[in-house]
Design a protein around this ligand. Sequence first.
Ligand code: ADP
Length: 794
Amino acid sequence: MPESTTFELLEEVKSLRQRVAELERQQAEGNRSKADDLACQYFNLAGEMIIGLDANQTISLINERGCQLLEAEESEIIGKNWFDHFLPDSNREEVRDLFRKLIQGDLMPVEYFENVVQTAHGSLKSIAWHNSLLKDDSDRIIGTLSVGVDITARKETEQALRESNQMFRQISENIKELFWVCSPDWSEVFYASHMYEVIWGNTCQSLYDDPRSWMNSLHPDDRDLIEREIKTKSTGELFNPDFPRFRIIHRDGSIRWMLARAFPVFDENNQMTRIVGIGEDITRRKQEEDAAIELHQELERCVEERTSELARKTAQLQAMFNAIPDAVLVLNRDGVVVNFNSQQKSILILSTDLRIGSRIESLLPGEVGNQVKALISRVEDTRQIETIDYCLVNRGENRWYRARVLPYLSDEILMVIEDINHRKLAELELSTLHEKLSEAQRLSHIGSWEWNLQDNMIWWSDEVYRIFGVKKECFVLNYESFLQTIHPDDRPQVAQTVEQALEHDLPYSIEHRIFRPDGEIRYVQERAVLKKNAAGEAISMHGTVQDLTERHEAARTAQEYRDILAHASRLAVMGELTAGISHELNQPLTAIANYTAAMKQQLVQGRDVTDLVQKIEELSLRSGEIVRKLKSMAEKRTQQSILFNIRDSIRNALELIQYELRHHQIEVKINCDSKFSAVYADRVQIEQVLANLFINAVEAMIDTPIPRTLTITVSPAEDSLIRVVIADTGSGVPADFVDHLFTPFTTNKKGGLGIGLSLSRSLVEAAGGRICFSSNSKPGACFHLFLPTRQSVQ
Ligand code: ADP
């Protein structure tokens, strides 16, 4: 060991010095030559460098060991300046200065002195010096004698030890693991790195003071285990270095997981001298491991769940696949079957057995098989679904099938075969029905339409297109284009009716005109209802359009005939009334003649005739009025409806028969509330009807005893109608004739035409009213006339 070598050296130097002193003494005592020899002998045999310097720094003496150390021959050394030749630049002047002071006696020689020398070859060596002063007889310092020991190797060892020590500290202080050194029985801790403080929360010093104190922090559940382990490891056998994982409770209360290992250290005698160990705080790793384990378990559970779910779904899918009512075949690119469901047998009607590996063209008869094969290759190219309907003979009857070919996986095709026999037959039946319906619509001039309110799409049957005179292929059909076809005068009313139907869910029936593209005007009747879904929302409107143009034409012609007949009838009535009318006219004319004669006389007498002139004027006007009314009755005219007062018309009609009423002493009673007397009809025609009814009443009362009363009552009736009741006290209508009253040309009268009542009914109905007989009036007859109060809306 370096320490013991130095010590020995010192001892040696001491003895050397004693020897030198002895030599000096012997010299003094005159035994100098003998002593010289001995000294010389020792000088060269000495294991250390011995060097003598004189006061001027020159080497005066060097032994063999010294030559070896300085790597030069004695002759090359002796006489050289020691400092200039054998000290490096780094310390040369410093040491030289010390030497000077030593020589001058300013400094006492130091017992032990180290410095670096430089050999003749330039290498540096560390030398430990023991210096002594050489004095002459007068005790003057003449030089030095130094014994030098080469301590280069020791220095290097020390340096290496220092470095490794430093390295050890640096490592142990900087690693995250705890590092410790303790005695074999764990009773003494020599070293513990600072991680002890981090992990345990206690100071290292506390551990040095109480080496077992670290065990106080052991988790109670792990304490026994660790104590057992330490006991085992203390035996010093070659043990397993690992400790089981254990927990310690940090000073702050947190639990830390530890992983530790301990190793025995043996000396040269194989005695265990130390135990070194490392410990690692694996709390985080443990948590991560636990989390990973938990995650792993969770994943495994998930995978298990998914696997069983997948298995269930697969089973479900398989069951569904087999339960599909259609036959499903999975084919590869070559049309070879790779999978199929269990419905195939009932659907496919195969002559050969269907197997995986069957070719599709072999499963379907000739032409169909080829068509399907072509379809498959088309689907492969386009990746679009293709459909084909085909008919096969099954149990002696033709059945229809539909094959849908659709792209499946990248190299597979799915073919779904469906039995569409019922549907196909229904389609055929439907198409026949459709044709029949179209034909029926064409014959009846009734078209049907549907308006889908959700997507605002309108569908018209062919007959609607025909009625509207437009071609399906060049007419953009929507609600707006439909409105444009309507006659401008009717358009607002139609639009309003449709809006009301949509708003209030009202079915409607409306008559309006349409303008065909060729300019022709046609009359149509539209009927429509709203359709709602379960939630009560209007989803569509369905309706019909009926071409009424021909009916309108017929009605117009009928009206013309009616007008002619009415005219004839009026002329007939006038004929009947000739006597009365001529009487009525004669009366004012006779009076005018009388007044004129009287006026002449009075003028001759020079009297005032103003009074007479006024009377003549009144009578002239009255005559003119009668003539005007007769003229209007006799006029040929067409029907023209207006709003007028029924009371005035009653009076006008009564006026025509004024003579008859007076002549037959018939009393007329009119009950009329002026609030309900406006009606909407053709005034002349209604007056004609009233005149007919009054004349019939008069004629029925001619032979009946007085009092004779004609009662006319006007009152409101339901449905915006006005009721005019004409009751007489005449002979009445025989029960067996009641049903024939309104039959044309049926009369009970001598010279009667039998058209009065029938014409009256047609005139009243043309005006939107009605007429009926009531037998309630006893005695006599009673007719009820209902007339509209406003223009009828259809
Ligand atoms: P005409 O008066 O020319 O016979 P009408 O059609 O006016 O033709 O009348 C048909 C018949 O109805 C009459 O012939 C008459 O017998 C009967 N009739 C009509 N009104 C009355 C009435 N108020 N009372 C009794 N019979 C009536």
